[in-house]
Ligand binder design. Structure first.
Ligand code: SAM
Length: 283
């Protein structure tokens, strides 16, 4: 990761020299917005309580597994410290959802709900968050309730299963298929007569199951839920060689117009009016 970070630093830029008005506005008004929002205090209080919680829970490991934990029995405080979204990224997530006025949001991977909180602090937003581990989800559920969040629907289950209920039949709304070379072959399939309206999301935060295969699978599965102004936010795009490969493939998808690599987070936009362009920008 250090090598990747070095490469990122060498290639990355700030707001100077950004010719896309959309990206320039996003970077200057959201990325580099220094306002001390009162919501940040709630975010901090939520995290602090978890960091002081010495209860131990039995965690069912989903996804790519942990590089930190060796046993299934884990302290809530340790999960908050090692798995929860770090402060800077959480604040950014809050600002991004606020700046883009995201109303319908999906999060893959709730864990203890720190990222969920960042999104849900935007009171006009409705969040659906999916977590596979019931014990972890229970802690998150109680904590979200304690902090008075009424705009979060926490769904316990394996991503693919839960997404099957959210996304209209893959066979009806085909978005594309990846071929071996890492190129995409897009084929939009005709809709069947009993086709129901597809749910769309303004923002999807992909933060679980950090493997190349899973990331590409969920990306493709969720493409039909994107509209022109949606943003997909992918966590840990440089976490492993596989995640970097997935990011490179996703950037090339024909529906993707703008990608922004901020090192830890990758942002994907679908705005048809935009020239296809990839950016590497420091947060
Ligand atoms: C990195 S953590 C999420 C952190 C959280 N989004 C935050 O901002 O604090 C990833 C979570 O995703 C869950 N997860 C990973 N793969 C999953 C899968 N395939 N189905 C359901 N949950 C999964 C894990 O159990 C874990 O709690």
């Amino acid at each position: 990761m250090w090598l990747s970070y070095l490469r990122f630093l060498l290639k990355s830029q700030n707001e100077h020299g950004l010719h896309s008005p959309f990206v320039y506005e996003l970077v200057t008004r959201c990325f580099y917005n220094k306002t001390k929002y009162p919501e940040y205090e709630v975010l901090e209080a939520y995290r602090k309580e978890l960091l002081e919680d010495n209860r131990k829970i039995e965690v069912n490991d989903f996804g790519a597994g942990s590089r930190v934990f060796k046993s299934k029995e884990r302290e809530v405080a340790a999960i908050a410290k090692n798995v929860g979204i770090p402060r800077k990224r959480a604040k950014f997530l809050f600002r991004l959802a606020k700046y883009l006025d995201c109303r319908n949001i999906l999060e893959l991977g709730t864990s203890l709900g720190i990222g969920t909180t960042a999104l849900a602090l935007n009171k006009t937003a409705q969040i659906t968050s999916i977590e596979g581990c019931p014990q972890t989800a229970e802690v998150a559920q109680n904590q979200l309730k304690k902090f008075g969040f009424v705009n979060v629907n926490l769904v316990i289950g394996e991503f693919e299963k839960v997404l099957g209920d959210i996304v209209e039949s893959k066979n009806n709304v085909g978005s594309g298929e990846q071929v071996e070379s890492g190129e995409w072959k897009v084929e939009r399939k005709p809709q069947t007569q009993n086709h129901k309206q597809q749910t769309t999301f303004d923002l999807i935060y992909f933060d679980g199951h950090h493997t190349k295969e899973a990331t590409l699978k969920y990306f493709e599965l969720l493409l039909p839920t994107a509209h022109n102004d949606s943003v997909f936010v992918l966590d840990d795009i440089h976490w492993s060689a596989g995640m970097e490969e997935a990011w490179e493939i996703i950037k090339k998808h024909p529906m993707v117009r703008v990608s922004i690599d901020t090192f830890h987070l990758g942002l994907i936009f679908f705005r048809k009016e935009q020239v296809k362009q990839d950016f590497i920008i420091r947060l």
